[in-house]
Write a protein that binds this ligand. Structure first.
Ligand code: TMP
Length: 244
């Protein structure tokens, strides 16, 4: 059997789960840096949270990451690549994300299903029904509670990504695509944010790191925190203000 759909445990058990946050966007948008800020904030208000990434997060999924980012699967075409990313995701969900959420931990994931929608679906011009079916089979009932989409001019993003790489290290399978690819990719992510405003928030990632972090944290507090957590977050801001 593929993925289990909603187990029907109902709303009573659902409220006891952790929250699932995903970060998306083009290359060099600063997702990993922002994830560190998010984790620090969640920990400060007393939430147990873990960071993970896609493709990857579990040993099997990391093995698939190696194949996918080396470009060895490129000649199979975008539909097969989409299925390989999804295979990695299924393992990641079943063995890491779902168990953590059930233990009431919050999970912050660097890329998730929107990357498959944008990189394989939109850029590979794949059939929308195929993409929807693949996503449903892969995710089952698990959709992110919040998706932050970091929006950046690809010229700036690619320059940042190149800087981050070690000297002599080449661009990976997707970084190596032409600028036109990355411009269209940016539009694909913006399109997702526009279509799903309840789940997604688009943030201008060209602003400084601290400004981006402050905006993300505000969105998390407003959208995901209950009154008790919001009060703790307020107290933190108050405590960090210099004394008058
Ligand atoms: P990153 O971890 O450095 O962002 O690298 C992951 C790369 O894999 C990035 O170029 C985006 C790409 N990717 C897809 O094409 N489809 C996917 O579903 C995911 C998760 C990533």
């Amino acid at each position: 059997m593929a993925r289990k759909f909603d187990s029907g445990e109902g709303a009573m058990t659902r409220v006891k789960r952790g929250k699932f946050i995903t970060l998306e966007g083009g290359e060099g948008a600063g997702k990993s840096t922002q994830i560190r800020h998010i984790l620090a904030h969640l920990t400060a208000v007393g939430i147990t949270a873990l960071a993970t990434r896609e493709p990857g997060g579990t040993p099997h999924a990391e093995a698939l990451r190696e194949v996918l980012l080396s470009g060895r699967a490129k000649n199979l075409g975008p539909a097969a690549e989409a299925m390989l990313f999804s295979a990695a995701r299924i393992d990641h969900i079943e063995n890491l994300i779902e168990p953590a959420l059930r233990e009431r931990k919050w999970v912050v994931c660097d890329r998730f299903s929107d990357s498959t929608r944008a990189y394989q679906g939109a850029m590979g011009n794949l059939d929308a029904r195929f993409m929807q079916a693949l996503e449903q089979v892969t995710l089952g009932a698990l959709y992110p509670d919040l998706t932050i989409i970091l929006d950046i001019d690809p010229r700036l993003g690619l320059a940042r990504a190149a800087q981050r790489r070690g000297q002599g290290e080449g661009a990976d399978r997707f970084e190596g695509e032409a600028l036109a690819f990355h411009k269209a990719l940016r539009e694909a992510f913006r399109d997702i944010a526009e279509r799903e405003p309840l789940r997604c928030v688009l943030i201008d990632a060209a602003q400084g790191e601290a400004k981006v972090a402050a905006q993300i944290i505000k969105v998390i507090d407003e959208r995901l925190f209950d009154a008790r957590l919001r009060a703790r977050a307020e107290a933190l801001i108050h405590d960090s203000r210099p004394a008058q």
